[in-house]
Design a protein around this ligand. Structure first.
Ligand SMILES: N[C@@H](CCC(=O)N[C@@H](CS)C(=O)NCC(=O)O)C(=O)O
Length: 420
């Protein structure tokens, strides 16, 4: 009996096994006509996995669920498989990275995304915690990859396969270019790996998401509409999908339908390329006024963009420095949904409490984007005033905020945070 994997062909957890099978020369067939929410809720399926979750591998000796366990099983079908390294320490480190990838990367990506998909209640502090834990993990991974091509040793192992499948889910749904650019070694690793032939065969052309999905209201888990027909042997299709994964195909990850275009994308094109400005800002280390600030005004397109000052309405509550800093940090995380359309500077001002929070934002268009007002509750905690760039004093204030000039309006800066 062949090994049959119960899953659709766009499930990142199933990819782990399919890629490991490619590397190991093991034949794994995807079950035919798999329908999420139907095929995985039949009595036959529940006998294989009582949770009714995919993937499940049917083997001649019985079923296996849990995607890492399935991938390990398929890897171990080949004796002395290099995917498991060549020594006990290789093996231990491969297992170490598999656990790290599962608990530190995958679980935080899912804690970030599932509430946005409407699968769990959306709570801003929970999202903040998930994103900061994910960034911490990606920071550690980035450091490791600064001096290593692979996670363990000098060739692909099962740890790389599982890590890349977990990263794929993040790159596909949540982690935009501006999110991942903080982790350049992770980016290089990811793009190199997904273009290896055995990965490419399963993943197809990989695309990075351009936006974090909007928050959907929580919905009930989908119920099977009707009992699925039992599978016939000849319905079991020979592996392997050749088509690239499409967002629609990812519905078994319970992903939302592709969202309609953001109205800001329909504005007349602007000569100002936001990413060019962000790059200039990040790369200017000296002569900031002459290089970055001058560059900003050279690029600035007052028809395509607008500048806004914001002032926190409840500064007298900012009595504890780290609480104030966390509050601003949380605001910037929640603004992630506007990354493609905004740049911001937030200053926490004062050397003793209460601290003042003031900011400067550059938005695409002439108004503060409606989706930002709708989806980021912090917006209403600030007074917003559009910058009049024909007013020299206001223009100079913009410069000082971009530059983190200290003292700012006569006071020391506790911190200056940038949204880019
Ligand atoms: N830890 C499990 C996770 C499995 C899982 O959550 N599968 C999802 C799809 S990605 C599922 O089948 N959900 C259906 C359900 O919860 O009923 C694994 O790695 O296999």
């Amino acid at each position: 009996m062949a090994l049959v994997l119960h899953s659709g062909n766009t499930n990142s957890n199933a990819f782990k096994t399919l890629i490991a099978a490619e590397y190991s020369g093991i034949q794994v067939e995807l079950v035919k006509n798999f329908e999420m929410g139907v095929s995985n809720k039949t009595p036959e399926f529940l006998k294989m996995n009582p949770l009714g979750k995919i993937p499940v591998l049917e083997t001649p000796d019985g079923p296996v669920f849990e995607s890492n366990a399935i991938a390990r099983y398929v890897t171990r079908l080949k004796s002395d498989n290099p995917l498991y390294g060549s020594s006990l320490i290789d093996y231990a480190q491969i297992e170490q990275w598999i656990d790290f990838s599962t608990t530190e990367i995958d679980s935080n990506i899912r804690r970030w995304l599932y509430p946005r998909f409407g699968l769990m209640p959306y709570l801003p502090p929970v999202e903040e915690t998930a994103i900061s834990a994910l960034k911490r993990a990606l920071g550690a991974l980035n450091m490791h990859l600064a001096s290593n091509t692979y996670l363990v040793g000098h060739s692909v192992t099962l740890a790389d396969i599982i890590m890349v499948c977990n990263l794929w889910f993040g790159f596909f749904f949540a982690m935009t270019k501006s999110f991942t650019s903080e982790f350049p070694h992770v980016e290089r690793y990811f793009w190199t790996m997904v273009n290896q032939p055995n990965f490419h065969k399963i993943l197809g052309e990989v695309k990075q998401t351009e936006a974090v999905p909007p928050i959907q209201s929580a919905k009930k888990p989908s119920q099977p509409k009707e009992p699925a027909k039992p599978k016939l042997k000849n319905e079991i299709k020979k592996e392997v999908k050749e088509e690239p994964a499409k967002p629609d195909d990812a519905k078994e990850e319970e992903a939302p339908k592709p969202k309609p275009k953001n109205p800001l994308d329909l504005l007349p094109p602007s000569k100002m390329i936001l990413d060019d400005w962000k790059r200039l800002y990040s790369n200017t280390k000296t002569n900031f006024r002459e290089v970055a600030i001058k560059g900003f005004w050279d690029m600035y397109d007052p028809e395509g963009y607008s500048l806004w000052f914001c002032d926190y309405k409840y500064n007298d509550e900012n009595t504890v420095s780290f609480v104030t800093l966390n509050k601003v940090g949380g605001f910037l995380q929640r603004m992630d949904l506007a990354r493609k359309y905004a740049f911001g500077k937030m200053l926490v001002i004062g050397s003793e409490s209460p601290f003042k929070v003031k900011g400067l934002w550059l938005f695409r268009g002439q108004d503060i984007p409606q989706f930002v007002l709708d989806e980021c509750y912090d917006m209403e905690l600030y007074e917003w005033v559009k910058v009049d760039i024909s007013d020299k004093a206001q223009k100079e204030r913009v410069n000082q905020m971009i530059e983190d000039q200290e003292p700012f309006e006569g006071e020391a800066l506790l911190d200056a945070k940038c949204f880019k």
